[in-house]
Write a protein that binds this ligand. Structure first.
Ligand code: FAD
Length: 645
């Protein structure tokens, strides 16, 4: 049986060609405008209040549109973006260390292992400088140098310092900025906020995205909402692995429901495994904790030279330590990109040189930094991260090295969008981690916040006008066939989940699914393993629909029901991820195929065959999806084998 079929090629028709430096300016000039009086007649639904959705909703409302904003948390400012620690990139060159828009563009295309669109990445680098100005104006308390200028630090995959930060709480501070902007618009009556509402279906009428079906998570009431455009800013799907650094609530449902309605899902197998997380401590655990990449600015990664060396770190002399990243990658050292650092950690652990319980850990050691800078300086930069580590592990990282291990962290794949951030369904726009757009096969650190805010504050508010200039669109009626069908689909699924009344918990299915994904679609994938994963996922999915137990009713707060719906979607997504990973018989970025490596174990791409975005069309649960290829051109940064040596 074939796991997929191939359909027509697709193209991004929204991006202008010509010199890359002026493409964004030309697109903005070429896009239609909507005059202020007409904006008041147009409504936009924004699903998600993280950095992407919060900034988009605030900016669109400020521009004059009527916005209705949704999130499943009890407050918009509890979106997962609040967890971001290390920082946000921008090509300001405050350090005068050779940075530029072009260098940020170059680093990002190369860091993404030549699987991202050049036009999008160049625009991201250009807009990055505006983001910092915007956030400073909002009062975001970025760290400052003694002289008062904003401070910078380095992140992986770069040799300049371009990361702006607010201690280890950058996401929180940025989100407070976006949240205040959003609250201002809520108070002004331009944004209607619906917290604790979950979007469970997209409504497509006459080929256009025109609304959503939502469930009130407190009362269970199911309602519809209609608008002239729908923006999804619903975040990433790393929790398909069960254990990840993502907030427990992160899920794929909004994107998956749109996918089932026809939106293409691009590069689902591109998952980021972050090298510096606190190792798993046992089977009871429900999530993993990130230790920010910024720590690799000063922390040195090492393992014992000899396999099976179980001495305490302090008892292992310098000569018997292997600072393997510094040894293998002398140019970038501890700051190699995440995909490379994660694989290197896996390799040394596979050699039996891992540390801590089960040998699944490596050291991240700050002794040199404390000697060189003094403890107060280290504390000022990373204090809250050290504190978090100590609270979780009971070990003091000022006195003994941290133990870290790779964990699922971010998903580069997502709904396919063009240069305007519009999906293939007219009127459905997708921003932030939910789209696939800018990071190729591997995201560089501190680039997700940059992308989310670029999309929300600057890109979408310009490009959406071009679409809305043809509106307002005809009113949608509750009795429209598409609306009735969408509502029925939501109620039918809820009834089905509640009626199974089986004997296994939702979490037990999710944990087992996550285990399959980690084992066969995690840090290394092989053809054989992916085939096995597909058959395991299918039989587990069937079991889920006959044995899951969802207590309670649909007319009340019921977190088991919420989770059951999300896990049901994770099952379908997991299959697509494995099919995508299977079809891409090359290694690139976060997707490492065991059969495709260089003699020294580095990822080996096959550009002639795979220089494309894989955009998948849904054809039915368990049915082979259709692959549409968007060819990628590299006019400026020519693909080479990535080397950080
Ligand atoms: C621990 C951690 C640290 C990180 N640190 C950094 C960092 O230092 N720098 C960096 O650049 N990146 C970092 N990242 C990545 C970055 O935080 C995320 O990629 C980014 O915040 C995602 O923002 P977003 O707005 O796209 O989505 P999110 O912040 O995930 O927001 C999603 C929103 O969608 C809503 N939503 C989702 N589904 C539905 C639905 N069905 N119905 C209604 N609402 C829905 C949610 O309620 C929420 O409001 C980190 C990630 C983690 C996990």
């Amino acid at each position: 049986m074939s796991y997929w079929t191939e359909g027509d090629a697709i193209a991004d028709n929204a991006a202008p060609d010509g010199p890359i430096e002026t493409r964004w300016e030309r697109r903005q000039f070429g896009a239609k405008l909507v005059n202020p009086a007409n904006k008041r007649k147009l409504t936009i639904i924004v699903v998600g209040t993280g950095l992407a959705g919060g900034s988009a909703a605030a900016t669109l409302a400020e521009a004059g549109y009527k916005v209705r904003s949704y999130c499943y948390q009890d407050s918009p400012r509890r979106a997962h973006s609040i967890a971001a620690q290390g920082g946000i990139n921008a090509a300001k060159n405050y350090r005068n260390d050779g940075d530029s828009v072009y260098r940020l563009f170059y680093d990002t295309v190369k860091g993404g292992d030549f699987r991202a669109r050049e036009s999008n990445v160049y625009r991201l680098a250009q807009v990055s400088v505006n983001i910092i100005d915007q956030c400073v104006a909002q009062g975001v308390p970025f760290a400052r140098e003694y002289g008062g200028l904003l401070d910078n630090r380095s992140f992986g995959g770069t040799q300049v310092s371009r990361t702006f930060y607010a201690r280890g709480q950058t996401g929180q501070q940025l989100l407070l900025g976006a949240y205040q902007a959003l609250e201002r618009q809520i108070a002004a009556g331009n944004v209607e906020m619906h917290a604790r509402h979950e979007m469970l279906e997209l409504i497509v009428v006459d080929g256009r995205a025109r609304g959503i079906v939502v469930r009130d998570l407190v009362t269970g009431e199911i309602t519809t909402d209609f608008a002239d455009a729908v923006v999804l800013a619903s975040g990433g799907y790393g929790n398909v692995f069960f254990l990840s650094t993502n907030a427990k609530g992160c899920n794929v449902t909004a994107s998956w429901r749109a996918h089932r309605q026809g939106a293409l899902f691009a590069n689902p197998c591109y998952t980021q495994i972050h090298p510096t997380c606190i190792p798993e401590s046992g089977t009871h655990q429900s999530k993993l904790t990130l230790m920010s990449e910024s720590l690799r600015n000063d922390g040195r990664v090492w393992v014992p030279v000899e396999a099976g060396d179980h001495r305490a770190p302090a008892d292992i002399p310098e000569a018997e330590r292997d600072y393997y990243l510094e040894r293998i990658y002398p140019s970038f050292g501890n700051l190699v990109p995440r995909d490379i650092a994660s694989r290197a950690a896996k390799n040394v652990c596979d050699e039996g040189r891992g540390v801590g319980p089960g040998g699944l850990g490596v050291y991240l050691d700050f002794a040199d930094a404390i000697d060189r800078l003094g403890r107060p300086a280290v504390e000022a930069k990373y204090g809250n991260l050290f504190e978090m580590y100590e609270r979780i592990t009971g070990e003091d990282p000022y006195a003994t090295p941290m133990r870290i291990y790779p964990a699922v962290h971010y998903t580069m794949g997502g709904l396919w969008v063009d240069y305007d951030l519009q999906s293939n369904i007219p009127g459905l726009f997708v921003v932030g981690e939910a789209n696939f757009s800018d990071h190729g096969a591997n995201r560089l650190g501190a680039s997700a916040l940059m992308q989310g805010l670029a999309d929300g504050y600057f890109v979408l508010p310009n490009t959406i006008n071009d679409y809305l200039a043809s509106g307002p669109f005809p009113a949608v009626s509750e009795s429209d066939e598409a609306v009735v069908a969408a509502r029925a689909a939501v109620s039918g699924r809820i009834d089905k989940l509640l009626s199974i009344d089986g004997d296994r918990t939702v979490d037990s299915f999710h944990r087992e699914l996550g285990h399959i994904m980690w084992e066969y679609c995690g840090m290394e994938r092989t053809e054989e393993g992916l085939g096995k994963a597909l058959s395991l996922i299918r039989s587990l999915r069937e079991e889920f629909w006959t044995r899951v137990k969802v207590p309670g009713t649909g007319e009340q707060l019921n977190q088991n029901l919420e989770r059951a719906g999300r896990v049901a979607d994770f099952f379908e997504l997991a299959e697509l991820m494995c099919v995508d990973a299977l079809h891409r018989a090359e290694s690139c970025g976060g997707h490492f195929r065991g059969e495709s490596q260089t003699p020294d174990g580095e990822a080996l791409r096959h550009d002639e065959e795979f220089s494309y975005v894989a955009a998948w069309e849904f054809t039915g649960t368990g049915e082979p999806p259709v692959l549409h290829k968007e060819h990628l051109e590299f006019e400026y940064v020519h693909p080479t084998q990535r080397s950080y040596k």
